[in-house]
Design a protein around this ligand. Structure first.
Ligand code: G3P
Length: 216
């Protein structure tokens, strides 16, 4: 499974890229607003650090505006994916981008039918929002499993990017369901990598080593 960072924070991206486990980055208007940064400048900075897909979202609501924005965004770097909301206007834009060879990430997906519509329009990635469904007691993992199953049934190339991830169990469940990618907040990488028994074991090893270190 590919792990993406869902952030535009350069310090965090550098920190986790150094671990060798960042396969891509996703952003959205809220993430950019939180950082208070210029989207184009920030996406270009991220592209210098991460060699993998970097999603930048359009903010137009009509297809014409999305197409104009997306064509501009796609020129920022060869790894930039144009993130498009799952609306009827978004589908029109995705079908144009698909014909032009521009990679897309269809976002705000909450149902199997939305995922299929996006795949049929030629989306490169679809982003079902796991955490936001979990927040309202919907069966978020059934959605991931169903989308993966249906895409396999019909041979769609579109990849399933599980977004809005909240905790490590979401990641494990997404892997069991066969999602291609998960994008997550930076702090989750620490939780995925750590275990109290690892810490405890290391303390014991180093304490024992103290007893023989002078003999080395
Ligand atoms: O970028 C889309 C998604 O990952 C947002 O997550 O936490 O705002 O539901 P969240």
């Amino acid at each position: 499974m590919k792990f993406f960072l869902d952030t535009a924070d350069i310090a965090d991206i550098k920190k986790y890229a150094a671990w060798g486990i960042v396969d891509g980055v996703t952003t959205n208007p809220s993430i950019i607003a939180k950082g208070g940064v210029n989207l184009e400048q920030r996406i270009k900075e991220i592209a210098e650090i991460v060699e993998g897909p970097i999603s930048a979202e359009v903010i137009s609501e009509d297809a014409e505006g999305m197409i104009t924005e997306g064509r501009r965004i796609a020129k920022w770097d060869e790894n930039v994916y144009v993130k498009v909301p799952m609306t009827s206007e978004g589908l029109k834009a995705v079908s144009v981008f698909s014909k032009e060879g521009i990679h897309t990430n269809v976002t705000l997906v909450f149902s199997v039918t939305q995922a299929v519509m996006a795949a049929k329009a030629g989306a490169t990635l679809v982003s079902p929002f796991v955490g936001r469904l979990d927040d309202i007691s919907e069966d978020e993992m059934q959605l991931i499993a169903d989308i993966v199953h249906v895409f396999r049934n019909y041979g769609y190339d579109t990849q399933v990017l599980a977004a809005s991830i909240r905790h490590p169990k979401h990641i494990v469940d997404c892997m069991m369901c066969g999602a291609d990618i998960a994008t997550m907040p930076p702090e989750l990488f620490d939780k995925l990598a750590s275990h109290p028994l690892t810490d405890k074991g290391l303390v014991a090893f180093l304490k024992d080593w103290e007893k023989v270190k002078d003999k080395q």
